[in-house]
Design a protein around this ligand. Structure first.
Ligand SMILES: O=C(O)C(=O)C[C@]1(C(=O)O)C=C[C@@H](O)C=C1
Length: 91
């Protein structure tokens, strides 16, 4: 395969990742609203540990560290966004 073709494939996968990121964040917005309505904290450590462990276990062994790191970032971005939404509610 030529480099151009490989890059086109990468671009296709990246578009999908970004579409899924937006979909995930939209769901997190709804979780944020639910938690706010029910007086629940944003952070759920047990759920996060479960997510990180599942991410690491869902890929080939040589990618488990990367999967864990990626999900740690996603969770952190999710918490940051939820905190910003909550702050906007208060202000
Ligand atoms: O499931 C939740 O309770 C969420 O708030 C969502 C989410 C996530 O992005 O997956 C974010 C923060 C929590 O610590 C756990 C999980």
């Amino acid at each position: 395969m030529e480099l151009t073709d490989l890059r086109r494939e990468i671009d296709r996968v990246d578009s999908e990742i970004l579409r899924l990121l937006a979909e995930r964040m939209a769901l997190c917005d709804r979780v944020a609203a639910y938690k706010s309505d029910h007086g629940l904290p944003i952070l759920d450590e047990a759920r996060e540990e479960e997510k990180l462990a599942r991410a690491a276990a869902s890929v080939p062994a040589d990618l488990s560290g990367d999967a864990r790191e990626l999900f740690a970032l996603l969770l952190s971005l999710s918490r940051r966004r939820q905190a910003a939404l909550r702050k906007r509610e208060v202000d």
